[in-house]
Design a protein around this ligand. Structure first.
Ligand code: CDV
Length: 305
């Protein structure tokens, strides 16, 4: 048995005017609660430091940039890194990143038990739209505010495991899991903000929780990996967002799930050796995959009837 105790630190809403310092205080409280439950690694949501700002059209680039971090850790987030290092807990944190050369990414970092950064991931699949669409009850302007991450889905040796990362919409795409599966991933960390109302097709609203679990359970099972997913949920600035943070085993079973729409920790002791049961049998890639027949997946983007 190779055990890692992981926690999904779900957050309730973050108000538009909530100061970063207050949010960091909430994250620190969640970190301590996870540590008290024996967590080695705590996963926080996507864009955990601010409200989910892509719901608003904003003309003023300076106002947009105020939602971004230019350093990680920076003056506001250093306290979280310090507390994690003093407790000896690793964590994964999502935030809006503004690089020194002016790039805007939706980013997640993996920080080790000593408070040092182990890995960085920039969201690959950017959903939503880039122009103002006033017919919607709220906007989803990720495609206006973020560039797609330029790097493939990486997997890192960390915490005695093969750890990968994905952010929110990435979890809906099978390619996300398979690219990491092909690198031997054992644990995927994911933060998300998922508005329950999907304006392009409201018939999907009632299925938001089902789809959330469907994709992560399938991705975990088909690649023999653990998945830990943390939501920022609840009614934030009038927009209801899915909670249901969860931990999924390589069997595809949900082994822990949040039951509130607020700040809440769910934790599970994950046996990383359990991945082998799936990677070494039904999903023995080396034995059963037929990549020579899958070239269309990377050669082609849209549908060609
Ligand atoms: N933050 C996200 O990426 N949200 C999307 C919404 C647009 C559906 C998601 O896939 O959950």
């Amino acid at each position: 048995m190779r055990e890692l105790t992981v926690a999904a630190a779900q957050m309730g809403p973050v108000a538009r005017d909530e100061p970063r310092a207050h949010v960091v205080g909430r994250l620190t409280k969640l970190l301590r609660a996870a540590h008290a439950r024996g967590a080695d690694l705590v996963v926080f949501p996507e864009l955990a430091l601010t409200t989910f700002f892509p719901r608003w059209w904003e003309d003023d680039q300076a106002a947009v940039d105020a939602w971004f971090e230019t350093e990680m850790p920076g003056p506001q987030t250093q306290a979280l890194f310090d507390e994690a290092a003093s407790l000896g807990v690793a964590f994964c944190l999502g935030y809006a990143e503004l690089t020194p050369d002016g790039h805007h990414y939706n980013t997640q970092v993996l920080v080790g038990k000593d408070g040092r950064r182990l890995a960085r991931f920039r969201k690959v699949h950017i959903p939503g739209h880039d122009s103002n669409e006033p017919w919607r009850p709220f906007q989803h302007l990720e495609r206006r505010y973020f560039e797609p991450g330029p790097d493939e889905f990486g997997v890192w040796d960390a915490l005695g495991a093969r750890v990968g990362m994905m952010i929110c919409n990435d979890r809906r795409w099978p390619e996300t899991y398979r690219v990491m599966g092909l690198q031997g991933v054992e644990l995927i960390c994911c933060g998300y903000n998922t508005p329950v109302h999907y304006a392009p097709d409201p018939s999907q609203d009632v299925l938001a929780g089902f789809h959330n679990q469907l994709v992560m359970q399938a991705g975990a099972y088909q690649n023999g990996t653990w998945v830990v997913a943390a939501a920022k949920g609840g009614v934030e600035e009038g927009v209801d967002s899915l909670s249901q943070s969860c931990i999924v085993a390589p069997s595809g079973q949900v082994v822990a799930q949040a039951y509130t729409q607020d700040d809440e920790v769910v934790a599970a002791a994950c046996d990383l050796e359990w991945c082998k049961r799936y990677k070494g049998t039904l999903f023995d890639f080396d034995r059963y995959r037929r990549p020579e027949l899958y070239t269309r997946i990377t050669a082609q983007k849209g549908v060609q009837p």
